[in-house]
Design a protein. Sequence first.
Length: 98
Amino acid sequence: METIINNQLLRYLEGHQLISDSQYGFRRGRSAGDLLVYLTHRWAEAIESKGEALAVSLDIAKAFDRVWHRALLSKHPAYGLPEKLCDWISSFLADRSI
């Protein structure tokens, strides 16, 4: 069930352009390698134009457990998700950790 909801939710978010094109993690057809190719391209452009390129990288330990679920859940209705789906996701995330 989790996989089905995840696939449908991602399709909806991507179809309505509600997820940043810069998001590479956990997206179909994208990988860390794609991100490295993109960054290398941007750095090369900056070097060629004698400009600057800055990057910040974060790897947050136990990132899922650190997400503020209440704030995340409050965004769902604004994205146009049905109330029953919002309730299901809320129930799914209740008292959950990885």
